[in-house]
Every structure is written in structure tokens, then in C-alpha cells.
Write a protein that binds this ligand. Sequence first.
Ligand SMILES: O=C(O)C1=C[C@@H](OP(=O)(O)O)[C@@H](O)[C@H](O)C1
Ligand SMILES: C=C(OP(=O)(O)O)C(=O)O
Length: 402
Amino acid sequence: MGVIIRPVGEVTGEVEAPPSKSYTHRAYFLALLAEGRSKVKRPLVSDDTLATLNAIRAFGASVEGESIIPPEWPKGAFIDAHESGTTARIALAVASIGGGESTVNGGRRLRERPFGELVRALRKAGAEIEGERLPLRVIGRNLRRRDVEVDASTSSQFATALLIIGAKVGMEVLIKRSVSRPYIEVTARTLKAFGADFRREGFDFYIEPGITGTSFTVPGDYSSASFFLAAGALYGRVKIRNLDPKDVQADRAIIDALREFGAEVRVGRNYVEAEKGELRGVEMDCSDFPDLFPVLAVVASYAEGRSVLRARQLRFKESDRVRAMAVNLSRMGIRVRELPDGLEIEGGRPKGGQFETFNDHRIAMAMVVAALGARGESVIPETGSVSKSYPGFFNDLRRLVG
Ligand SMILES: O=C(O)C1=C[C@@H](OP(=O)(O)O)[C@@H](O)[C@H](O)C1
Ligand SMILES: C=C(OP(=O)(O)O)C(=O)O
């Protein structure tokens, strides 16, 4: 499904943030591994979280509405993670302790994304895994070693996957060189909610076995909220409700990032509001909040002067996000220089054009935001990928542009 975007005078109003994709994944997998029934309330319903819901069903959970009844022990399963990296990484770890033979697979792009360090760490712990990338064949077993060191420099999901099974079987997880570190805090917070007993020294976790079924309410998603907060900072004023200012989500960084560009950002008890300001270029390392890179690159395109935005893991996402934004911003007439791990952007007056999403939901949503203020009409031929994380994106957009 493609869209034509005509520039708007301003973007104002308020919408509610959808539930968090990251918390929904974690709550479903912990409910699968817990002793006793759980309830996951207000889960995100999107392509990625449905992949996780189908995965826990395949491992033996029964799902009745919000209720999840876990199996005695996860059984061998065929898992299709579609394009969800989080689903695939955690499912691979669950399959490694499962009670039979499993295959973990995914879509075209997911089969190109990295799994090597997670496979290495699981094998070191005794797992039997065939392959280095999807599809991976796993013979589940009782992992003989409990202390596992993992290099999470290409993805924090490798660490999250080990922490989640560590709460089931008991494990020492020693996390080295992680990117996206706040996502590990999201995992730790969700483990605590499910009664996990662990101590930590920095990023070394010492986890006792056993988690209990619980009722978990999923908070609002800062990653999805970031697109319309950026639109408010660029073109008017936007308030996003259902955001917890004390949450530890990585993309809560959107508050400080937009302030650093020069926007006015107000934070309330359960909302964040961004208002247009005089925007100036910034230098920012986005390695702890990589999903903000596409939309921050759009803000930089409208900001006065030079910006440099980087993150080490950008090329391994649903697309090579450095390349994707370089192609699209150049088509807007914005001068960009591609770096190994990011972009140098010279702000200007972006012009409308035809943009590619590379089947990446965050590129699609970022380019819609870019098009709203461009000189002239824009066409984005394919935007179906937004349902990966934010199926209601265009409904919310219509509420804000009248
Ligand atoms: O743990 C998670 O929920 C996620 C971690 C991040 O990935 P990396 O740790 O690979 O950067 C992020 O990009 C992704 O959208 C979700
Ligand atoms: C990269 C993302 O998710 P995943 O790694 O789970 O595919 C994302 O949502 O931007």
C-alpha cells in the first residue's frame, strides 16, 4: 500500500502511544517459561508481536485472550519469526533448552541478519545448534554449563535471549560490549515483574532458576511515539499520552534528543509533548537507541547546520538504515555523507520526491514525517511494513494533520 503525502502547514494535536513492542515480546516469552498462568494486558498487536505469540503457542503455551497457560516445559517446535529479530533471537535460546528438536526460521531480510555471537554463546553453554544464520536447527537439551559470556556488540538481543532462559534454568550471564544497553534494563525490569531472583554486578547477571506467572500490563511505546514527537518538534506541537516518564525504554531518549536539537519538550505524569523550536544540528551517538536514528536523521535534515548521527549496529536492522536514509535524504536534496556507522547531514530545505522504505517500518514512518514539511508532494510506493510495529500509524497521523 503506497501513500502520497502533500506538505502540511502544521502538525498539532494529541494521540495515545501504542503498547510497547519490546515489553510485549518479553512478557509473552516469560509467560511461556513461568510456573502457572499469566495475563499479558494491553499487549501490542502487530506483525512482530504476533510472530512471538505464534512462537510461544508452538512451544506449547495455550493462549486464551490475555491469559497464557504455559506447558510443563517448552517442546520442540518449528518457529517462523517472519521479520522479527527479537522473536527469533529469544526463540533460539528457548529452543536450546526445549524438550525436542526445533527449527527457527524467518523472512528474507531476517535470514541475512546476525546471530553468530548468540549461537556461539549457546553452544559454549552446551546447546546443539546447526548453522550460523537462519534457518537454525536446534536439538533442545539440559544445558550443561551455567556461566555464559556473550558479546552483544552487534545486538543486545543476544543478551536478552540468554537472560530470559537464564530465569528458567538458572544461569550466570556475563554481557560484554553491549549496544542498545537500555534494552537490557527493559529485560531486567520484566524479569523482576515475573518474580525472577537475580543479582547483578554491572552487566554480569547471576540468576536463580524459576519465574512465576503474573499479570503484566504493557506500557506505551516510546519508539512508536518518537515519530509524532519529531513531527511536533518540526511542524507544530504534539502530545503523546500513555508514556511513563520513569520507564527505562531506550527510545525515551527522544526527549533529550529533541531538546538537544532545540525543540521544546514537556514531560507530564503520563505524557510527553514536543513543540517546534529553532532547530540546530547536533552530534549524537545513537548506539544505545538505534531505532531513533531514522527519525532523528529527518530532524537533522531540517535543522540549521551540520549533524553527525551514528550507531554501530544500524546496518543490521530490517534494512541497512545508514544506506536507506542516505538514499532518501539525498533524494530530498539534502547533502549527506555516509560514514561506516552513520551519517553526516547538512540541514536545509528538503524537497518532496519518491522515497523507498526498503521494507523497513522505521524508514517508512520517518520518511512520512520528512514528507510532511517538504517543498512539494512526495510518494512512498510501499508502506505496508509499518504494521511490523505500529499498525495504527496512519490513523494517528490523520488525527494530527486534520
Ligand atoms: O530488545 C529489543 O526489544 C530490541 C533491541 C534493539 O535491537 P539491538 O539490540 O539489536 O540494537 C532494537 O533495535 C529493537 O527494535 C528491539
Ligand atoms: C530492529 C527492530 O526490531 P527487531 O530487531 O526485533 O526486528 C525495530 O523494531 O526497529
